[in-house]
Design a protein around this ligand. Structure first.
Ligand code: MV4
Length: 489
């Protein structure tokens, strides 16, 4: 494998290219007209514009991407996450053109791409499921029979749904018929597939996912878990590894179930098996993501593995160089997704120019990002501009490091979720690990962020005064000492 075309943009494109370069593999960037000055384009050994800004005319243009790969002699394509990363047709097209797709087989992508198919596959290997069905609900009578078994509340879920789309909660028999009809019509409109299934509603679950890695020779390991419960409208904001609630026994059981789910679809490459976990640490299979995830960094920090390197090694046919027994958790890592959204305004997307963009540095601090100071943030793509990861010997050290890194991160010119991160990791529920997927609804209000940043400003002012007194210096203007995200409040 001499040259990899990265069919993605921003931070993940740059991250993949850094690993490729570390491995002595040349890189090709494909970019839209809006991205021509982006760091990932400059970093690549070769680059080519594949179309106008909208993803549908650029990063989703399968044929154009494959044409560039063939013309420039790329023998592999890394899809990153999002875009074409879970498109079985793209994976198939690459293989047909003799280009190695750095990811799982079309069969694995296809099988896990439908929630019903994923459940049927995982069930063959006795992976625990939420009580409900793994076949499409054909009519009301069947739904009523299932509802008698599961009880209420229950969820009607679209098989082709994802990210929380295509889910309806039903609280009693009276609501069942109308909700079933609406769920089916929504599924047809949104996903062109009206198959829906029923699951017992698991109240206040944690979202815990297991990273798996398989090679093409039947070896498959789990790389422990990630806790991803702090989400807003199914968009993850803070992820950590390991979870603060799992016991070693449950961790092992979940890991082995995740490996079984992977084996059920002959998985190779890096993948993630998602579970719901209830208060009694019962875990239930949700779905499997057949791609590298945004939050893979926290797993890298606690295992010491470079997951993109592992993906490349697996793609070129290598056998995993370690067994499950070789793997252990080292410390604790927490990631904050830095998005150009305004937490004071219902996380509305913001745009503008990074007039100031200065990364924090320090032992155990990692910033995966895709922009430089002075750049305009294009409106066409995902609002996440950076991932700030802190690794410590234990969870409280990781929290402290992340908190300090957030304070040191200088971003001006647009609103970001930095302040939300500072607030969230200081909440008692977070510090004590007593939170679930309802954390934001339960604990967050913009005025709390306001109060928190005011309090932080006051503390900073007091500290500056005390330090100045101690030095017998006149108090310098405080503006220099207060971090950027607080200044805006
Ligand atoms: C559930 C659930 C409770 N019970 N299924 C949300 C998106 C998709 N991954 C599945 N999701 C859920 N499925 C049952 N049977 C609660 C959720 C859910 C959720 C799951 C994980 C992370 C965040 C969530 C936010 C809302 C609902």
């Amino acid at each position: 494998m001499k040259k990899i075309l990265v069919a993605n943009r921003g931070e993940i494109a740059l991250r993949v290219m850094r690993t490729a370069r570390k491995m002595g593999i040349a890189t090709v960037a494909v970019y839209s007209e809006a991205d021509q000055y982006m760091p990932f384009v400059k970093f690549a050994d070769e680059s080519e514009c594949i179309g106008p800004a909208p993803s549908s005319q650029s990063y989703l243009q399968m044929d154009r991407i494959i044409e560039v790969a063939k013309r420039l002699g790329a023998d592999a394509i890394h899809p990153g996450y999002g875009f074409l990363s879970e498109n079985a047709k793209f994976s198939e097209a690459c293989e047909q053109q003799g280009i190695t797709f750095i990811g799982p087989s079309p069969y694995s992508i296809e099988t896990m791409g439908s929630k019903i198919g994923a459940k049927q596959s995982a069930k063959k290997f006795n992976v625990p499921m939420v009580p409900g069905t793994d076949t499409p609900i054909e009519d009301l009578a069947e739904a009523q029979r299932i509802a008698k078994e599961t009880g209420y509340p229950l969820l009607i879920k679209a098989s082709a749904g994802g990210g929380g789309k295509g889910m309806r909660i039903v609280n009693n028999d009276d609501e069942l018929e109308s909700q079933l009809l609406m769920a089916k019509s929504e599924a047809l409109n949104s996903f062109n597939d009206d198959s829906v299934f029923i699951e017992k509603y698991v109240a206040s679950p944690k979202h815990i996912e297991i990273q798996v890695l398989g090679d093409k020779h039947g070896n498959c390991v789990y790389l422990f878990e990630r806790e991803c419960s702090i989400q807003r409208r199914h968009q993850k904001l803070i992820e950590e590894a390991p979870s603060s609630c799992l016991t070693p026994e449950v961790r092992k059981a979940m890991g082995e179930c995740a490996v079984n789910a992977a084996r059920s679809c002959n998985y190779h490459g890096a993948g993630t098996v998602e579970f719901l976990v209830d208060d009694n640490l019962n875990f239930y299979f949700l779905e499997m993501n057949t791609r590298l995830q945004v939050e893979h960094c926290v797993t890298e920090e606690i295992t010491g593995l470079d997951l993109v390197e592992q993906q490349i090694r697996v793609a070129r046919g290598e056998t995993l160089s370690f067994t499950q027994d070789d793997l252990s958790i080292k410390g604790h890592a927490i990631e904050l997704r830095i998005c150009t959204e305004d937490p004071m305004n219902n996380f509305m997307p913001d745009t503008g120019r990074l007039t100031v963009y200065q990364r924090p540095k320090g032992e155990g601090i990692r910033v995966d990002d895709g922009y430089e100071e002075g750049m305009d943030i294009p409106i066409y793509y995902d609002p996440m501009i950076a991932k700030l990861v802190a690794h410590g010997a234990n969870r409280s050290e990781a929290i402290e490091k992340l908190s300090q890194a957030i304070e040191a991160f200088r971003i001006n010119g647009l609103e970001t979720t930095l302040g939300f991160g500072a607030w969230a990791i200081r909440q008692p529920a977070f510090v004590e690990g007593k939170f679930d997927t309802h954390f934001i609804q339960k604990y967050y209000k913009p005025e709390y962020l306001q109060a928190f940043s005011d309090q932080e400003k006051t503390t900073a002012a007091l500290m500056a005064t005390l330090i100045a007194k101690k030095r017998n210096n006149p108090v310098k203007p405080l503006v220099q000492d207060v971090s950027a995200w607080k200044l805006k409040r």
